[in-house]
Design a protein around this ligand. Sequence first.
Ligand code: FEO
Length: 406
Amino acid sequence: MKPVELKNQIYWVGVVDWAIRDFHGYETLHGTSYNNYLIVDDEPALLDAVHHDFVNISIENISKIIDSKKIRHIVINHIENDHASGLEKILEILPEVNLYMTEKGKKGLSRFMNLSRYKVNIVKSGDSLKIGKRTLHFIETPMMHWPDSMFTYIKEEKILISQDAFGQHMATVERFDDEFVQNHSMEELEDAVIDYYANILMPYGNVIKAKIEEIKKLGIEIEMIAPDHGVIWRSHIDRVLNLYSDMVEAKAKLSTTIVYDTMWHSTEQMVFPIAKGLEDEGIPVKIIKLRATPKSVAVKEVWKSRGVIVGCPTLNNGVFPSVAEFLSYLKGLRLKNRLFAAFGSYGWSGEAVKDMYETAKSMKLDVFEPGIRVLYKPSEEDLAKCYEFGIAFGKALKKYHAKMEV
Ligand code: FEO
């Protein structure tokens, strides 16, 4: 895709990756983009690199605007490989360029490449760089997404380059939010923002909340938020900021996601009466079968719901592997403010339900106990108990949700 002008000689010179479906284990069903930006000024500056597999495309994009050798400054807002791994190739063209990154950026990037031969400038919040008519202001944002992360604010143009924050893993021909909404929908765009947050940024909600407050206090005007993935925000900035405000508070809908897997359909048979009980209590339900659904989708749906019910059979005295993997992933993401319950079938010892509760408690989730277990195959009586379990969970969830909304 050719370069796109954001404003007055500031260009997107990134790459759209239509094919990626596995982003370090996160199933990116809609691909992604690696965004970087070129500012043409007295001293041209490049903000961020791209994934090394695609860096030649970004270099070609730059060359469509200026002679790439004229770039005087490169800002590395984030050192993760999807952005910074293309830097070495760019530095082959620009060995004398000035590099800017945080102290942790330098420390981290030195583990991926030899920085000693380059001009590296350490920057921190409050530092700025005048490149001509424009000034770049640096704002450290540690753990948004890695310890090295920072934002760059282009004051004269009121553009915030936000690296991973406010991004989406989406490959699109549209570069701006309003174009995407016109050709697709706001719901689809918001779903992509939620998907990204749930799978990448969820563990850092408190850090992000504090940083957003800090930036608000700076009183900077923002007319555009340009992340390093997905579309650029220019028409719906308030909407994405409000969405983030809700997400950092771990807000959720009064609904339940049931995530399960099954061996011989016994656990699966338990799902539907539980869901019916919830629905009869007025609780909307989403059902996700693992091994038929990417775990990143399961995480996104769990994140949207206040209630989480996980079901699996006991296999070899423990949790069924696909569910164990899902719970391990969820634990790493530090889900919070959700009501959890578990169910499952078993043949002889039946530890899975107990083990799932232990995992949930180790995550400090609130739990609805006891869970429900069925020997081998649910009888009519068992199915009736599952329905009652759904009803009881629904009643408890309403109270829990009301408490969380205060
Ligand atoms: Fe898009 Fe944390 O890298």
